[in-house]
Ligand binder design. Structure first.
Ligand SMILES: Nc1nc2c(c(=O)[nH]1)N[C@H]1C(S)=C(S)[C@@H](COP(=O)(O)OP(=O)(O)OC[C@H]3O[C@@H](n4cnc5c(=O)[nH]c(N)nc54)[C@H](O)[C@@H]3O)O[C@H]1N2
Ligand SMILES: Nc1nc2c(c(=O)[nH]1)N[C@H]1C(S)=C(S)[C@@H](COP(=O)(O)OP(=O)(O)OC[C@H]3O[C@@H](n4cnc5c(=O)[nH]c(N)nc54)[C@H](O)[C@@H]3O)O[C@H]1N2
Ligand SMILES: [Mo]
Length: 764
């Protein structure tokens, strides 16, 4: 084997500033600027005609599922097309004309590419054939598919234990690819299956399983239309789930009210000009939020306790606000919750959460009278040290109101990646599931491993310590998505082999093991012979997705094919599973899924049309599997943040022009930021106290266990954000999040509450 060299890789890329323009934040979402931005992206990247043709097939019954977010499609999709501005950008990004081919890698070394920004790396284009980076080289070179699979098989065979390999999954993979991958990994002998969910809704899964007996939400799309009150907490749907605004609009039309809880007044939740209605495009649009509770970062539990205390006070005063029949028949622990609430001083809670008392009263008066209540949430609740408790406190409020398991009411964790929920449902997880293991044994005749695997944080630590040596990723951009970028890059660089199954180039292809492989795959929009795949949306509905565009290259394989060939190369003749057969005929995979998992009967048939719902006990208010057969109230503690005078709490969020680590563009239109991502939003009073001027250049530093981490070069933007709170974009700020700062129980990196200081650059 050739000697291994130390490559000189930058983990942050270029941090120079580009051209920043700042305006007032927008006071509405979508409308004409949304349509304009969508068309600009698609025509620039992939040609207007090709893209419009693609868009018209998106989220239609015979079309493909949007590769963006997991928001569900209505049963009767709009004839105008069921997509949004950011879905259009997702398509443009995948259907781009640019190519990463052998000429590209001959020209650019990994060292050089690593100095580019994430935006530039992503814009290099689609990967056209398999590539290998050999231990003595800084240039990727082509490799044949059979040689690539042989290399993987040899490295896996060379390990002392299957637990020395890590198999990551991002949430774009289809149910078919994910099931096959989970099958291979378990047959190989490990549960080391970290996935993007570990960084995303894991806190929701843990909290909901413990309280309601299912790690998913309980509502369907129509419930949102019928709800009397929708609370949107820690979520920015205008940017990240734009089609949710249509559902909120319907809710308003039916007389519903919306309460928004957020440190920022996000324009998507203010006024919505629906781009699929003429009145929406030209008129003044719909006011969405009725009551805005501007909470300080990570003080949601505090605010919810205050709300419940004031509701309890109304009960004491003789008003009936809680659903006593539901509480008695269906729940455990309500008395303890009330007792616990008593110990908190109202004034203290009010001070901590920072919300205007009169606004809270408006919310309390509304909640007191209504019972069809839905709570929607996303990363603003999950990515904190107490992420699990944040969600349990939401469940407390819903249970007290009897707002679970009835129409127009329930839990709505709004999922991220378009199939992240489906991947979990078909077996991507690091925990042991005994029923799944038993069913796999019955169907496939092997004993799946029955010890816990590693999640994202633990996998990074294992690689860093040399305990894991092979890293395989089915999609995603591990190094940029995970916390502690420098540490995570080192972890990957300690590996013998890193493998990425990818559509586009990203930083994880640069911070690699001694040897690295890139295996290029078909995107969601592309024809996969005459086959279709299936996905599950945020509300537990499974349906098919069929790509329509000609693949960008003949050198691509589908994800199920890649997994099947990897498994076949590893097991050779030694397997009684027909890997290649499964990788060729997805109906066979679906048959196996329906043998192994409940709820997937007649899978291929039922996934056609608008699809089918998976069983959901919370939706039926059936809690028989929980202790005492009841849903559980929880006692949650207040979060603790002792900030010194010069410390701030930073939340790391998405701009309007990105999909996680994929940077579509340099603007954040709704927040009034154009042409630059290295910005930090700050309270004007805090700026004054620190003597900071608008656009002044600063570094952000964090100090955990004595280790100083630094994110260089940010321009300060005065913004309507609570005092002592800051906001900046990820992945640029992931260098600040220490690997061991994560949520209790779910291990989700606490990237929405990072304690940081601001350092003024010398000479400024
Ligand atoms: N276009 C686009 N769509 C996407 C994505 C994308 O990057 N781009 N990503 C997808 C994925 S994987 C996911 S998980 C989702 C993410 O969807 P979101 O969770 O909406 O994404 P974030 O930008 O992280 O926004 C978090 C929101 O929570 C607020 N927030 C932060 N901290 C707190 C807090 O302590 N309390 C409260 N109440 N609010 C807080 C922020 O101000 C912000 O409005 O979107 C999915 N859809
Ligand atoms: N600081 C901070 N960090 C965060 C977050 C945050 O809010 N703040 N959010 C977290 C969340 S919610 C998530 S979900 C993670 C996201 O973590 P990941 O899912 O790992 O990251 P993505 O950026 O979505 O992955 C993008 C890459 O996926 C590949 N890709 C795209 N489409 C396909 C496909 O169809 N098949 C295959 N095989 N590959 C494809 C492309 O190569 C692209 O470069 O990041 C997390 N990290
Ligand atoms: Mo996510």
């Amino acid at each position: 084997m050739s000697n291994s060299i130390k490559r000189n890789i930058s983990v942050t890329g270029n941090i120079e500033f580009s051209d920043l323009k700042v305006t007032e934040p927008s006071n509405y979402a979508a409308g004409i600027p949304g349509i304009k931005a969508a068309l600009e992206h698609v025509s620039k990247e992939s040609g207007l005609f090709r893209s419009l043709k693609t868009l018209s097939k998106m989220n239609q019954k015979e079309g493909f599922d949007c590769p963006g977010c997991a928001w569900p499609d209505p049963d009767t999709p709009s004839k105008l097309g069921e997509y949004c501005e950011n879905g259009a950008k997702a398509i443009a990004e995948e259907a781009t004309f640019e190519r990463v081919d052998s000429a590209f890698f001959k020209k650019y070394s990994v060292e050089e590419i690593s100095t580019w920004t994430d935006y530039q790396i992503g814009k290099s284009g689609r990967i056209t054939e398999p590539f290998v980076l050999r231990p003595d080289s800084v240039h990727y070179e082509p490799i044949t598919w059979p040689d690539a699979f042989k290399m993987i098989a040899e490295q896996l065979h060379a390990l002392d234990s299957p637990d020395e390999a890590i198999f990551y999954t991002s949430g774009r993979s289809s149910n078919e690819a994910a099931f096959l991958y989970g099958l291979f990994v378990r047959a190989f002998g490990t549960n080391n299956m970290p996935d993007c969910s570990n960084m995303c809704h894991e806190s929701s899964g843990v909290a909901l399983s413990e309280t309601l007996g299912i790690g998913k939400g309980s509502v369907v799309l129509e419930d949102l239309h019928e709800a009397e009150v929708v609370m949107v907490i820690g979520q920015n749907p205008g940017t990240n789930h734009p089609r949710m605004l249509t559902a909120l609009q319907k809710c308003k039309e039916n007389g519903g009210k919306i309460i928004t809880v957020n440190p920022l007044s996000e324009s998507g939740l203010n006024r919505f000009k629906n781009p699929q209605q003429l009145g929406g495009i030209l008129g003044k649009g719909t006011q969405l939020t009725d009551i805005f509770l501007q909470v300080k970062i990570n003080q949601d539990v505090t605010l919810l306790k205050l709300i419940m205390k004031r509701l309890a006070k109304k009960e004491m005063d003789g008003e009936t606000v809680f659903d006593h029949d539901f509480i008695k028949d269906k729940t455990n622990g309500f008395e303890q919750l009330l007792d616990d609430l008593e110990q908190y001083d109202e004034g203290r809670l009010l001070e901590l959460c920072g919300v205007d008392s009169a606004q809270i009263d408006l919310a309390v008066d509304l909640l007191a009278k209504k019972s069809k209540i839905i709570i929607c949430w996303a990363m603003g609740l999950t990515q904190h040290k107490n992420g699990v408790d944040n969600i349990k406190e939401c469940v407390n409020l819903l249970l007290a109101k009897g707002s679970i398991g009835k129409k127009g009411a329930g839990t709505c964790p709004v999922r991220g990646h378009s199939n992240v929920q489906g991947d979990r449902s078909v077996g991507i997880m690091h925990h042991v599931s005994e029923p799944l293991n038993k069913a796999l044994k019955n169907t496939f005749g092997f004993d799946p491993p029955n010890h816990e695997g590693l999640d994202t944080v633990n996998a990074i630590q294992a690689m860093h310590q040399g305990k894991a040596k092979v890293f395989i990723a089915l999609g995603g951009n591990f190094v940029s998505a995970a916390s502690d970028t420098v540490y995570t890059a080192e972890a990957l660089e300690h590996c013998d082999l890193t493998v990425s199954v990818s559509t586009k180039l990203n930083r994880t292809h640069l911070t690699v093991g001694k040897t690295a492989l890139i295996l290029p795959t078909l995107g969601r929009t592309e024809q996969d012979k005459d086959r279709f795949v299936t996905v599950e949306n945020s509300m537990g509905k499974v349906h098919q997705s069929r790509g329509r565009l000609k693949p960008v290259s003949d050198g691509l394989k589908s994800e199920p094919e890649i997994v099947a060939e990897m498994a076949n190369a590893y097991f050779g003749e030694d397997s009684n599973i027909d890997w290649l057969g499964l990788g060729t005929d997805y109906d066979l995979i679906r048959q196996k899924i329906s043998e192994v998992l409940k709820g997937y009967e007649d899978y291929s048939g039922r996934s056609k049309g608008s699809g089918f719902y998976l069983p959901n006990n919370a939706r039926e208010a059936d809690f028989t599997k929980l202790p005492g057969g009841k849903a559980q109230f929880s006692i949650c503690r207040l979060p603790e943040h002792e900030l010194s005078e010069d410390e701030f709490l930073l939340m790391t969020v998405r701009s309007h022009d990105q999909f996680n680590t994929t940077i579509y563009g340099m603007h954040d239109r709704y927040r009034g930021i154009y042409g630059e991502r290295r910005v930090v939003f700050m309270n004007p009073g805090d700026m004054e106290a620190k003597g900071l001027q608008p656009l002044q250049i600063v570094d952000l530093t964090s100090n955990y266990s004595g280790k100083i981490r630094r994110a260089k070069n940010f321009k300060v933007i005065p913004y309507n954000i609570p005092s002592k709170n800051l906001c900046a974009y990820f992945p640029e700020t992931n260098v600040l999040v220490p690997i061991d700062l994560y949520a209790d129980k779910s291990n989700t990196p606490a990237s929405k509450s990072v304690c940081v200081k601001i350092e003024v650059k010398r000479g400024q």
